[in-house]
Design a protein around this ligand. Structure first.
Ligand code: ADP
Ligand code: MG
Length: 665
């Protein structure tokens, strides 16, 4: 095994693919738009503050121009000459759309002066002065370059979101700043930007850095509640949108907040269907989805104006809460729901849970309706229900599995995890659980101090959950990387199959040919192979209810993972007909996600004896294998296991002998 100290797994470089041709008119319009943003009058003050101080905290309403303008102001003030200006975003979509917008504003090609870098996609060049990137990408760079030497300014945007990556970055950037100062290096300027007022915390953390408040331009928004509690928030959203569609003038666009891709795509189809059957004198409607997994080109469609006389309805996840600004929104329909990753101390696992938003989130969503003029926000709950929402959202670091955080901290050579300068410290217990999981995965060892094993160091090179990184490295020993890369890539994208409500039976029948008695992971492999054999043929995808966009994304990701393997000298080999070996590898990483069948036909997780059920979408739904592993838990009416494989009890024991010490059967 080759140990590669400090290697940064940079995503593959891409050729410039966006051809931004500028007409003089749009250039002029964009210039005028820049000058009319609420942030513009504060330009000089902001530049002065950044020149004078190490750290500045900036608060401003969503849409005031923070993300698009500040990096440009700083570059124009000369900060681009001594290094790059980085602006981190919690979300890929935001990094991509904002970089696209800013390159247009500057009339340059995307990837030249202005670029972005997100997992699996690098659109920057030697000349890039303004780099929008996900917080995760900057963290990865910090592994190879803890002083972040190539940057003159690091802007931590959307700080109020408090994603895990941002939270770690706070500590990493603060340390880099201090060390650069001590070693007489060029200073590192840090700017923390947030859309919410609750910033004392940030200021305290950054040695009482001053806070600049930008004047907002928020118009009044009328908030409406439902009379009765709504059982089905998706249906309630549908009804509300069509009521609005009948009553409001067609130029007034609507933004609907939902929780995820599947829900959004299903509702989009239903809405288009209904709009299609509206009387011909009714105004037209275009429905635009917006969620993280949507490819950039499709995301940008949500930002385009609808034709005159047509209403645009955007169905978005909480992406549209603060990270991106869409013009023309006059009405917000808020289901008040959000999908969150949640750690269950009882099971030691994360699961995706759809839950109610916090009041702070609900108010952010409401604000989206008052950007250009007064608007309306329809909250799909009663006022009493709203009053019971929790005031703020708990930072992610305090609610998810920290295994990948700890892995990254160790890769950054931060050994004393308990002493890391967290803005809000996770509980000792959750850090210990994470450490224990990494230990079980063989990623850490304790010498004088806790440190990564050579295996752990390789795991840290993969931008994946440590369990899946382990699966890939296990595949190396079992000579089946080809298949495992495909499966991991397919698991990294949203659902590759879709089921139209009207064709449920047909879809189920067609799907049978992909299914496998061995489980969903092998089915994913079958789908990928079939897709490749027909070269992603459109009609084939339609007929087989395969979401070609998501499978194409998976192909892309697979390519990136393959490159990474090659760099780490992991050979690409195929298992041929031997699918059991593939499942053995999966067990090597997923043994903590194992469940066993009980006499009554129910399943419980092996470790914590928690009742779980097979998700109805699984190939194993009708089967009752004695042992299964699964990729994730989804909590709805029950706790469901999703993406399962049949495993042998022996494999689990072999994967982690210490973990399964006691025989419980
Ligand atoms: P903030 O970061 O303060 O929320 P932004 O810098 O993202 O604000 O946006 C400022 C303004 O720039 C928005 O109000 C909008 O008018 C415009 N804008 C931003 N992104 C786009 C885009 N992709 N397409 C068109 N206009 C955009
Ligand atoms: Mg912003």
């Amino acid at each position: 095994m080759v140990e590669r100290e400090g290697e940064i797994p940079t995503p593959k470089k891409r050729k410039y693919h966006h051809n931004v041709s500028m007409s003089p008119v749009s250039g002029e319009t964009l210039r005028r738009e820049r000058l009319s943003l609420p942030i513009y009058p504060a330009r000089r003050k902001i530049i002065q503050q950044v020149q004078r101080l190490d750290t500045v905290i900036l608060i401003g309403e969503t849409g005031s121009g923070k993300t698009t303008q500040i990096p440009q102001y700083l570059m124009e003030a000369g900060f681009g000459k001594v290094g790059t200006v980085a602006c981190t975003q919690p979300r890929r979509v935001a990094a991509v759309t904002v970089a696209t917008r800013v390159s247009k504003e500057r009339g340059c090609e995307l990837g030249a002066q202005v670029g972005y870098c997100v997992r699996f996609d690098d659109m920057t060049s030697e000349n890039t002065k303004i780099k929008y990137m996900t917080d995760g990408m900057l963290l990865r760079e910090a592994i190879g370059d803890p002083l972040l030497k190539r940057y003159s300014v690091v802007i931590l945007d959307e700080a109020h979101e408090r994603t895990i990556q941002t939270d770690i970055l706070f500590g990493v950037v603060k340390a880099a700043q201090k060390r650069r100062k001590e070693s007489n290096h060029r200073p590192l300027k840090v700017i923390v930007m947030s859309a919410t007022m609750d910033v004392d915390h940030f200021s305290q953390y950054f040695n009482r850095a001053p806070v600049l408040y930008l004047e907002g331009r928020q118009h009044p928004v009328k908030v409406m509640y439902t009379r009765e509690p709504q059982e089905d928030y998706i249906y309630a959203a549908l009804v509300t949108v069509f009521q609005l569609h009948q009553e409001a003038p067609p130029q007034e666009d609507v933004l609907v907040f939902l929780t995820g891709q599947e829900e959004i795509e299903t509702l989009a189809r239903t809405m288009r269907d209904i709009a299609h059957h509206c009387p011909s004198d009714a105004p037209g409607m275009v429905v635009r989805p917006l969620y993280a997994a949507l490819p950039p080109a499709a995301q940008l469609k949500a930002f385009e104006a609808a034709p005159t006389g047509t209403r645009k309805v955007i169905l978005a996840t909480n992406i549209a809460e603060t990270s991106v600004t869409i013009k023309g929104i006059k009405h917000v329909v808020d289901t008040a729901m959000v999908k969150q990753r949640l750690f269950r101390p009882t099971s030691g696992l994360d699961s995706l849970v759809v839950k109610k938003v916090s009041k702070a989130q609900a108010w952010q969503r409401t604000g989206r309706a008052g950007r250009e003029s007064s608007g309306t926000c329809y909250r799909l709950l009663t006022e009493e229900e709203f009053d019971q929402l929790s005031p703020t959202t708990i930072p992610e670091i305090q609610r998810v599995n920290l295994a990948s955080v700890v892995l990254q901290l160790l890769a950054l050579r931060i050994h004393d995890i308990m002493e890391f300068d967290f803005m809000d410290k996770p509980t000792r217990e959750s850090l210990l659980t994470a450490m224990q999981q990494l230990h079980l995965l063989g990623a850490v060892e304790k010498q004088q101090q806790v440190q990564l094993t050579p295996l752990g160091r390789m795991m840290a090179a993969f931008p994946l959950d440590p369990r899946f990184a382990k699966v890939i490295l296990a595949a190396k020993d079992h000579h089946c990387t080809e298949e495992i890369l495909t499966i991991v890539a397919m698991l990294s994208v949203d659902s590759v199959l879709f089921t139209p409500a009207s064709k449920r039976e047909l879809a189920a029948a067609v799907r049978r040919k992909f299914m496998s008695e061995e489980g969903d992971h092998i089915m994913l492999l079958n789908i990928y192979r079939a897709f490749k054999a027909v070269k992603g043929n459109r009609q084939w995808c339609q007929e087989n209810f395969v979401n070609s966009r998501n499978v194409s994304n998976a192909m892309d990701i697979r390519g990136q993972l393959r490159d990474l393997c090659q760099r780490l000298q992991i050979p690409l080999e195929s298992a041929g007909q031997d699918t059991a070996v593939i499942r053995t590898c999966l067990a090597k990483g997923l043994f903590m996600n194992a469940a066993e069948l009980q006499r009554g036909g129910e399943y419980i997780t092996v470790e914590t004896r928690q009742p779980v059920a097979i998700h109805p979408s699984s190939c194993l739904f009708q089967c009752k294998p004695a042992y299964v592993i699964f990729s994730e838990l989804v909590q709805t009416t029950k706790c469901y296991m999703r993406d399962l494989s049949v495993v042998d009890q022996r494999w689990l024991q072999e994967a982690a002998p210490n973990y399964f010490k006691q025989d419980r059967t």
